[in-house]
Ligand binder design. Structure first.
Ligand code: 5GP
Length: 194
């Protein structure tokens, strides 16, 4: 029998979930949390403004450009990237601390950031969330209804580029059904018992 002390000795796994804009990463992560509350999901920093309902320190740490610059200069970000005109980055220390404490840790980030994490933490596990088809992704991106044609075109071009990166990942999870996809991600989060 193993107690909490022994459990804490099991090295925790860092999982990076990425995938094209519009594939539903946020929804899947919310379901992963519901199914497996033991997971620790990193809170990113961003220079974009909060959307209605978003709270500083919950969905993101909302920073000014100067604050973000300082995090880069003092090497406090594990990775960072620019997406749709704003910067996003993962604070390094909390990730290291939660892994050291034995918590399965999940980052939900875009492609450039995932590539940087692979450089810095090659033992991490890289999971690509893919749409059931390109057609479906196009429908989701164009169906939001609020964006202009130009913005939709930019998102589509980016999504097509990101789709081609799936072969760089260790595992591909198809988001055909949110609960099923989330359950598959949960099954990947812990180090298998050998
Ligand atoms: P949104 O503005 O819709 O919340 O996020 C836009 C994109 O930024 C999403 O693809 C999301 O996965 C990505 N993102 C969120 N946090 C981070 C981060 O810390 N680093 C990187 N590289 N991408 C992030």
């Amino acid at each position: 029998m193993t107690g909490p002390a022994e459990d804490a000795m099991v090295p925790a796994r860092l999982t990076v979930l990425s995938g094209p804009s519009g594939v539903g990463k946020g929804t899947v992560v919310a379901e992963v949390r519901r199914l497996f509350p033991h997971v620790w999901v990193s809170i990113s920093c961003t220079t974009r403004k909060p959307r209605p309902g978003e709270v500083d320190g919950v969905q993101y740490h909302f920073l000014t450009d100067a604050q973000f610059d300082e995090l880069i200069e003092t090497d406090r970000l594990l990775e960072y990237a620019t997406f749709a005109g704003h910067r996003y980055g993962t604070p390094r220390r909390p990730v290291e601390q939660h892994l050291a404490a034995g918590r399965p840790t999940l980052l939900e980030i875009e492609l450039q950031g995932a590539r940087q994490v692979r450089e810095r933490m090659p033992d991490a596990q890289f999971v690509f969330l893919a749409p059931p088809s390109e057609h479906e992704l196009r429908d989701r991106l164009t169906g939001r209804g609020t964006e202009t044609g130009d913005v939709i075109e930019t998102r589509l071009t980016r999504a097509e580029y990101e789709l081609q990166a799936r072969d760089e990942f260790d595992v591909v999870v198809i988001n055909d059904d949110v609960e099923r996809a989330a359950a598959e991600v949960v099954s990947l989060l812990s180090v298998p018992v050998s």
